[in-house]
Design a protein around this ligand. Structure first.
Ligand code: EPU
Length: 302
């Protein structure tokens, strides 16, 4: 979608919003898949209510893009514009056991920054790509921990109320790869309360998690992490593997040879290829095991 109305582009400038025309979502997502659209980069959280009122008034559909690491975007010219927060400097500030983190901060860098300040707890998230906002929205977790356990406060733009609000941790429910945030809420910043731990000890935990991840996941390849959520009491990766589906391909979309719940873009996969592969694997797992696998990857198609 192209925004060419000079009144709108002037209003963006006034709000401190940068317009990047015709951005390829293949370049903005870890899967390397996705068509093109205009990208609006937001410098100041405070401008969001006015920006969204402006877009709504002018009937410009929009979606919020985080780090693009758990996202499958459709092909071709996309029928919405993308909004993205610009990462401020500094993006993490520490006071006692509280880390105040901007939603646009990189998750891995946040984990190491906190570690250097003797704050631990998030070692399992090292190596999970994406932003802190994205991790928060889906309650990212690994190796027995999840980010939601440490959330004390979240500042977010509530689309339904059209304003910026602050929620306390207890007002939000964090479940396995699921939160009570509305789909159109936009994470802005979070206060995490982290346990004190000596840096060396945290570093040791980080090394162990890194090693486990390297040995079981296809880290060097383009992927969106796990494609499906694990059904209660079962492992999607193990079931797909047991069915002998590693290497199954549609075009360049391929079930990883290393971890069967990772689907990789082995070249120039399209969203159509990846969606066909997802549908085919889901159907085979359903037939063999009776589970209807739920996507963990967020899918944005027209
Ligand atoms: N397994 C296989 N074959 C495979 C993959 C896994 O047999 O191809 C077996 C493993 O041997 C193991 C079991 O399945 O016995 C579970 O595998 P793993 O330990 O890799 O964990 P997972 O359930 O597949 C989850 C998360 C990962 C997270 C790891 C580590 C989900 C959907 N996935 O994977 O998160 O990194 O645990 O804690 O919850 C993600 O969310 O994108 C993600 C990668």
């Amino acid at each position: 979608m192209r925004i060419e109305d000079p009144r709108l582009t002037a209003a963006f400038r006034e709000l401190g919003v940068e317009l990047r025309p015709s951005t390829s979502l293949a370049d903005e997502t870890s899967l390397g898949i996705g068509g093109t659209t205009d990208l609006l980069r937001i410098q100041k959280h405070e401008s969001i209510p006015d920006l969204l009122a402006l877009l709504d008034k002018n009937h410009v559909p929009h979606k919020f893009l985080g780090g693009g690491s758990n996202l499958l975007v459709g092909d071709g010219e996309l029928p919405w514009v993308m909004l993205q927060l610009v990462r401020p400097e500094p993006d993490v500030q520490i006071e006692g056991n509280i880390a105040s983190v901007d939603a646009a901060a990189d998750l891995g860098r946040t984990v190491t920054f906190c570690a250097k300040n003797d704050l631990g707890g998030m070692e399992g998230l090292i190596g999970v790509p994406g932003t802190v906002g994205g991790a928060l929205r889906m309650n990212a977790g690994a190796y027995g921990m999840q980010i939601g356990s440490y959330v004390r406060e979240v500042k977010l733009y509530r689309a339904a109320a059209r304003r910026i609000e602050t929620l306390r941790g207890e007002q939000i429910s964090f479940e396995y790869r699921h939160t009570s945030f509305a789909p159109d809420d936009m994470m802005l910043s979070v206060k995490l309360e982290l346990p004190s731990k000596p840096f060396r000890e945290i570093l040791q935990g980080i090394r162990i998690c890194n090693e486990k991840r390297r040995s079981s996941q296809p880290l060097g390849q383009k992927s969106a992490g796990c494609i499906f959520k694990n059904p209660p009491g079962a492992s999607a990766g193990r079931m797909i593997d047991e069915l002998g589906l590693k290497g199954l391909s549609v075009g360049d979309a391929r079930v990883s040879d290393r971890h069967a719940n990772f689907f990789v873009n082995a070249g120039k996969a399209s969203a159509k290829d990846m969606l066909a592969l997802i549908a085919s694997v889901r159907q085979r797992v359903h037939k063999a095991y009776g589970f209807d696998l739920e996507n963990e990857v967020v899918v944005w198609t027209a």
